[in-house]
Design a protein around this ligand. Structure first.
Ligand SMILES: NC(=O)c1ccc[n+]([C@@H]2O[C@H](COP(=O)([O-])OP(=O)(O)OC[C@H]3O[C@@H](n4cnc5c(N)ncnc54)[C@H](O)[C@@H]3O)[C@@H](O)[C@H]2O)c1
Ligand SMILES: [Zn+2]
Ligand SMILES: [Zn+2]
Length: 361
């Protein structure tokens, strides 16, 4: 029997989000229904609401979640009802050219639920990143459920489902940050701070946090930044060079998603250094760089989708590090909120007041 639950939808471009009754179908083959316990508010949800990702309104927002599997469809063997899981948006197919080459984190055919969730009048919903977890329950592909240690609070574990994984992975997977490296992170929201925490885990010797908001810089220091730069008052490129012996950082991670901050990242790295773009740009943004500089500065210009993570490998590992006290995932949770407070949480995110607001159900 399909179930009716409450969920947060974005009805149209730039319209306020609202709580609606959502219809959740029974899980079909390869699908699972998950009782959501917590779901963080990520900037990507705001991008969806603003129409910055695509036009497939209405969206069921929320994608940074943890919960308990309620029921599974035919053929599901990896997870069972009662399992505590973090939801992921990279359920790898095992068969595409990336998977077959042994690089499943680039999988080109990741699984989502085949059936759609809908409004009571039958309007089909587009689930943000194939998850849609600002809801009491959600329907996903079973492969989107990654089982983790149930002793971690859902509000904390769920963060691995998107922003924190994206940031940590941008540093340790995409950027290959290693012992002794210098790293600069531009944009210190949840994603940027996770890149800082990841760089610290990887043994970076110098971690420079750049933001336009002093409150964010203070928090970044607590996450592991060794130096901070407010790029509203000083030139970020000059400041990063000064802090790295005049050369630039080995790895610069852009966690804003704008051409001007990408350009800063491009010029703030050392010769043959690495730029990692983890911030998500919008369709109209353009970048112009002298091609000679692209050539002459060498190195690697990379993008990081979801921190190049493999959920089955990385989520349990990061949960272990958290339980050992080596990675403070709890520090990312600024506040816990109710389902009907998501719109307010967007405003607070926009105002820079929070790292992560987490909806707890
Ligand atoms: N690549 C991925 O897989 C992935 C996953 C999740 C989120 N993201 C993206 O990462 C970005 C950050 O997400 P978030 O949740 O941390 O957002 P956030 O809004 O919490 O943080 C953004 C930070 O950037 C700072 N900032 C804004 N303009 C700046 C500027 N000009 N210079 C320096 N700092 C500036 C803000 O003060 C804020 O601290 C977003 O674009 C989001 O969509 C990417
Ligand atoms: Zn694949
Ligand atoms: Zn996200």
């Amino acid at each position: 029997m399909p179930q009716e639950v409450r969920g947060v939808i974005a009805p149209g471009r730039d319209e306020p989000v609202r709580v609606e009754t959502i219809v959740i179908p029974d899980p079909g083959p390869g699908e699972a229904v998950v009782k959501v316990q917590a779901c963080g508010v990520c900037h990507t949800d705001l991008h969806y609401k603003q129409g910055g990702i695509n036009d497939e309104f209405p969206f069921l927002l929320g994608h940074e979640a943890a919960g308990v599997v309620e029921s599974v469809g035919e053929g599901v063997t990896d997870v069972a009802p009662g399992d505590f899981v973090v939801l992921n948006w990279r359920a790898v197919c095992g068969q595409c050219r990336a998977c077959l080459r042994g690089r499943p984190w680039y999988c080109f055919a990741t699984h989502n639920a085949v059936q759609r969730m809908s409004l009571v009048d039958g309007t089909e919903l587009s689930a943000a990143l194939g998850i849609g977890a600002f809801a009491e329950k959600t329907l996903v592909a079973a492969g989107q459920c990654t089982k983790v240690d149930a002793s971690v609070a859902p509000a904390v574990a769920g963060l691995l489902g998107c922003g924190v994984m994206a940031g940590i992975g941008a540093a340790i997977n995409t950027g290959n940050v290693g012992r002794g490296d210098s790293v600069a992170v531009i944009g210190c929201g949840g994603v940027g701070d996770a890149a800082i925490a990841g760089s610290r885990l990887a043994g970076a010797a110098r971690i420079i946090a750049v933001d336009v908001d002093d409150r964010k810089l203070e928090k970044a220091r607590a996450m592991g930044a060794t130096h901070t730069v407010n790029s509203r008052s000083v030139d970020a490129v000059e400041a990063i060079r000064e802090l790295t012996g005049g050369f630039g950082a080995d790895v610069v991670i852009e966690a804003v998603g704008r051409p001007e901050t990408y350009e800063q990242a491009f010029y703030a790295r050392d010769l043959a250094g690495t730029v990692v773009l983890v911030g998500v740009p919008t369709p109209e943004m353009k970048l112009e760089l002298p091609l000679l500089d692209v050539f002459g500065r060498g190195g690697a210009l990379k993008s990081s989708w979801y921190g190049d993570c493999l959920p089955s490998r990385d989520f349990p590992m990061l949960i272990d590090l958290h339980l050992q006290g080596r990675l403070d995932l709890g520090a990312f949770v600024t506040e816990t909120i109710a389902l009907d407070e998501v719109e307010k949480a967007f405003e607070r995110m926009h105002a820079g007041d929070v790292l992560r607001s987490v909806v707890v159900l």
